[in-house]
Design a protein around this ligand. Structure first.
Ligand SMILES: *Cc1c(COP(=O)(O)O)cnc(C)c1O
Length: 422
């Protein structure tokens, strides 16, 4: 459920008409709903109320790293799952407690490991023996101990898009689960490491709970094996991945169904279970608001050329992803069109032969479900600026990311002397 709805024929974010934001901030612009974010954060937490112990919730920052979003989630009691030093700095800047932060990622540099240690973060999810040894050495040299979990690759097919699948044996993430016992034994001996658990994350936009249940089942078996070998396990991190509906009418497993499955599988584990939800919290809490530049006649269907492009919302170009596309003031008439951006790439196509509200030049429209993996993937390709972001709160809104203009980006560039000397 979200708080984007028609009031008197115009799409609103909570109580703010989208035309007001377009007039005052310009387009394209991401519009987030505070109430929707909070609702999703609470629904996800409530869904896990059947676990043996209260869970640790760490929002996957890469889904939406905006500082206002992180602050909102910190207020909801969420920590952060970060995958870079930049994300770690953001989570801290937004007010998240260091001990609530988990550091994931296959390529943490020595500097990033040190940054996490100096901040005193809650847990490193180690993705290889090599990384574990390096972290141990850096921690020992500082005279501190790194709390960590070993991320295993359970070799299950998440059944999602190849580019967002992370738990198959040939994906780069985690250590093969067959290597886990020996590696755990080795790393747990290292001074500098407090290896306290296991972690798994098999992919994103999962539309089926079975692969998750399989992965968690394998993790549970490994937990018993490690305990049998005398290891102390206090934390188990089950990652993120729960999908959200991108098409109206699409049915996905609910957080409630996910929570019930997790409660069943983890019963008796006697650990703190950790979660790293991203998309399920942020996805439907945002839309990308855009204006139609012009409608161009095509051979078959017209091209609806909007002022948002693949640099603002990359998912359709990157994964062939679907976003519902609706007029802000639907007239009731419909059309079939190709929804495209202005960028000089055929990949800058949001939808082909799409049934949509009838639109003409100057009309406003939204791409829905753009709150996750939207603004965060933006680029300045074609020397377009970085898209602005707004958060709505009831009848008010605030700009939570200024538009970065092309001139500001060019300001960081230099023409070296050797090119201007004659
Ligand atoms: C991307 C990612 C997540 C979040 O995935 P969602 O599908 O957005 O829930 C969680 N954990 C890790 C390690 C990730 O890389």
């Amino acid at each position: 459920m979200d708080h984007f709805r028609l009031i008197d024929g115009e799409l609103h974010a909570e109580d703010v008409p989208l035309s007001r934001i377009a007039d005052e901030v310009g387009t394209p612009v991401y519009v987030y709903s505070r109430a929707t974010f909070e609702r999703h954060a609470r629904v996800f937490r409530d869904a896990l109320s059947g676990l043996d112990r209260p869970p640790h919730l760490a929002f996957a920052v890469k889904a939406n790293p905006n500082l206002a979003v992180l602050r909102l989630l910190a207020n909801e009691g969420y920590g952060a799952d970060v995958v870079s030093g930049g994300e770690l700095a953001r989570a801290l800047a937004a007010g998240m407690a260091a001990h609530d932060i988990v550091f994931s990622g296959v390529g943490k540099t020595a500097a990033e490991l040190a940054q996490g240690l100096d901040a005193g973060i809650g847990q490193f999810n180690i993705e290889s023996g090599e990384e574990g040894r390096e972290l141990a050495a850096i921690a020992a040299a500082r005279g501190v101990v790194a709390r960590c979990a070993l991320r295993v690759n359970p070799d299950v097919d998440a059944g999602t898009h190849d580019k967002i699948s992370t738990g198959k044996a040939d994906n780069k993430f985690g250590v093969p689960i067959s290597h886990a016992p020996a590696l755990f034994a080795e790393l747990s001996q290292l001074p500098g490491l407090d290896l306290r658990g296991l972690a798994v994350h098999i992919g994103s936009q999962l539309s089926d709970l079975d692969p998750l249940e399989q992965a968690f089942g394998k993790l549970g078996a490994m937990l018993r094996e490690l305990r049998g070998a005398g290891h102390t396990i206090t934390h188990m991190d089950l990652g993120g991945g729960l999908g959200v509906p991108y098409r109206s009418g699409e049915v996905l497993p609910t957080p409630h169904a996910y929570g019930a499955m997790v409660a069943r599988v983890t019963r008796g584990w006697d650990v703190t279970v950790m979660f790293e939800p991203g998309r399920v919290i942020a996805g439907n809490a945002g839309v990308l608001l855009t204006r139609v530049i012009r409608v161009k006649r095509g051979l078959n269907h017209p091209f609806v050329i909007v002022d948002a492009a693949m640099n603002d919302l990359a998912r359709p170009a990157l994964y062939g992803a679907w976003h519902d596309f609706d007029a802000v003031r639907p007239s009731g008439e419909r059309m079939t069109g190709n929804i495209v951006g202005p960028i000089c790439e055929t990949g800058d196509t949001f939808a082909t032969d799409r049934q949509t509200d009838a639109l003409v030049a100057g009309d406003l429209a939204v791409f829905r479900t753009a709150g996750a993996y939207g603004a965060t993937m933006a680029s300045s390709y074609n020397s377009r600026g970085f898209v602005a972001e707004v958060m709505v709160d009831g009848a008010d809104y605030a700009v939570v990311a200024e538009r970065i203009l092309p001139a500001a980006i060019a300001d960081a560039e230099r023409v070296p002397d050797f090119l201007t000397r004659r």
